[in-house]
Design a protein around this ligand. Structure first.
Ligand code: ZN
Length: 115
């Protein structure tokens, strides 16, 4: 089973959730936020393990990696999306739709690179 890649905000950005822990980007090592809800969501989706990347490494890493292996991006959990939407004062459904479109675009780009 493919390992999902979880893209996290660096700790230089504010944390939008109440439950995030500080982790390290698996590429550059900077400190990033990992929300507890995200971990629960990944495990509930049947994945025991995952790669953590900061947003700035995610781009470069993905371009590189998807030349040789399949990459799949996961949606953040509804709980996490709701927390972020609330903190930014945007409607949950709109926010979720926007994030979903972004994730689908990234997955599509990753699949194109494979073929
Ligand atoms: Zn990084």
């Amino acid at each position: 089973m493919d390992r999902p890649v979880v893209v996290c905000m660096p700790t230089s950005e504010p944390d939008y959730t109440e439950t995030a822990t500080v982790q390290k980007c698996s590429k550059c090592g900077i400190e990033i936020w990992l929300a507890e809800n995200t971990v629960k969501h990944i495990k509930a989706s049947g994945y025991e393990d995952f790669d953590l990347l900061c947003v700035s490494c995610a781009d470069g890493q993905v371009q590189e990696k998807m030349k040789s292996e399949a990459i799949m991006f996961m949606m953040p959990s509804d709980e996490q999306l709701a927390e972020i939407a609330a903190s930014q004062n945007v409607p949950f459904e709109d926010f979720k739709k926007r994030v979903k479109e972004g994730v689908e675009r990234m997955n599509m780009a990753a699949n194109f690179a494979q073929n």
